[in-house]
Structures are given as C-alpha cells and as structure tokens.
Design a protein around this ligand. Structure first.
Ligand code: C5P
Length: 239
C-alpha cells in the first residue's frame, strides 16, 4: 500500500444541493474529495460542483458518458472546464469514443494550463449479472467481459478505471502498476452493508491496488459524518 494523498472520495448521493453541501462542509477536512453523480448533478448542475470546490475539495464528476465520440469529447471538454479532477465514461462506447474523451481532456486542460482530469472507464455495471449481459448480446462471463473492456480501454489510451474491490487484484495484475483504479463498495467491519454485497475494508482495498476509494453511506448516512470520515481516514493513516 502506497498512498500519497488522502484517497477517500465521499459519494454525495443526496437529493438536494443543500443537503449535499451540509455533509461536504462537515467532512471536507478529513477526505480527499467528493463524488458528484447523476442525481446531484441533475439537481444542482455546475453550481453544486463549484460550491463543493469552494471547500477546497477535489471533485469526481461521475456522469458515465456514453455517446458518439464527438458528443463525448465535447462533454468531456465542458467537464474539464469545471476543473474536476476525475470523471467517468462507459468503456462500452468503444475505442474511438475512449480516444476522443482522453484527447479532449488533454487538449482542453493544456489550453487552460492545468493538469488533465483523470478519465475513468466503467466496465460492466455491478447491476449486470450473467442474464442481464446475455440479454444485451454479451455471452462472456462477467469477469472476462470486465477484463476485455478494461484491456481495450487501456489500449485506447485511458489512464484509469472504476472497478469493484473484488476486481482489483485481477485488473492490477493484467494491466500493470500505472493504472488508476477507483473503487466503491468499501465498508469497515462495523458498517451496515446496505445493498452492497461485494465489499472490502479500506486497507484491504488499498493493499489490493486501489488508488482511490469511493465511500458513501458509511459517511453521509452516519449519525456523525465528520467522526465517521475522520475514523476511516485515521484507519488508513491519513488523519
Ligand atoms: O453508499 P455507498 O458507499 O455504497 O456508495 C457507493 C457509491 O459508489 C455510490 O455513489 C454508488 O453509485 C457507486 N457505485 C457502486 N458500485 C458500483 C459503481 C458505483 O456502489 N459498482
């Protein structure tokens, strides 16, 4: 395990910007950043991104772009202009879409004189099981489809992926040490699982090769979010 900056990104899966910002203010001193997903972004738009940034925090914009390369490139450029540090695309968009996303991030950031955001590929959603995959015409087993999409994404120039904690070992060994691997499904032994079935503790996930941890309910649904964030950070030597 080799962590330089605080790897914890808190998923702000809350219905309104006010509720999200109240949590963000409490936990910002203990975490590396916040994940803003479809629910919060469609409620609060660019304004909620900048409100979170005004706390001094990094933002992971998790909108999972999947469209023709030209459209994705333009959305990535706009997200880069929001100064976010990470964003997601679907690997299933294919090599041309992935290349267009990565090129757009690099070129837009260069024009702004900032570091390019990390574009992360989503492989197979964990809501997809073998039956769901077959119904969209994919006959491989889930793990092989994850590995195939991940390899294709790396060959197309992507520098990072979102993955389940249980995929970390395999992806790290197939794809090498440079790749960023961002994982949700993180629970301390004392946390409720909620709907997460395949979970790992924060230390285990970092040891298995995760570079960032996305943690939602164990922090924002805690009776004391600041304390919850502080104690997870302390458990990985970050507080
Ligand atoms: O509350 P919890 O810690 O389970 O939140 C995890 C976050 O990561 C949520 O924003 C969820 O949408 C996201 N996520 C996940 N599992 C995946 C992909 C994303 O839990 N396979």
């Amino acid at each position: 395990m080799h962590v330089k900056s605080n790897p914890i990104f808190v998923a702000l899966d809350l219905p309104t910007p006010d509720q999200a910002l109240a949590i963000a203010q409490q936990v910002a001193p203990h975490v590396g950043g916040f994940k803003i997903g479809l629910e919060l972004f469609t409620a609060g738009g660019a304004a909620v991104v900048s409100a979170v940034q005004s706390l001094g925090a990094d933002v992971f914009l998790d909108l999972k772009f999947h469209d023709i390369p030209n459209t994705v490139a333009k959305a990535v450029a706009n997200a880069t202009r929001l100064n976010v540090q990470m964003m997601t695309i679907h690997c299933a968009g294919g090599p041309d879409m992935i290349r267009a996303a990565e090129t757009s991030a690099q070129e837009t950031a260069a024009a702004m004189n900032v570091d390019p955001p990390l574009i992360l590929g989503v492989t197979v959603l964990t809501s997809m099981d073998q039956n769901q995959l077959q119904s969209i015409g994919v006959n491989q087993v889930v793990e092989d489809q994850v590995a195939a999409l991940a390899s294709m994404a790396m060959e197309s120039g992507l520098r990072g992926l979102v993955c389940s904690p249980l995929e970390l070992n395999r992806l790290r060994s197939i794809l090498g040490p440079e790749l960023a691997l961002v994982t949700p499904g993180i629970r301390a032994a004392s946390d409720a699982l909620g709907d997460q079935k395949r979970v790992m503790g924060p230390i285990e996930a970092l040891e298995a090769g995760a570079t960032r941890l996305v943690i939602g309910r164990p922090i924002y649904a805690s009776a004391n979010p600041a304390q919850a964030a502080r104690s997870i950070a302390a458990s990985i030597g970050m507080d």
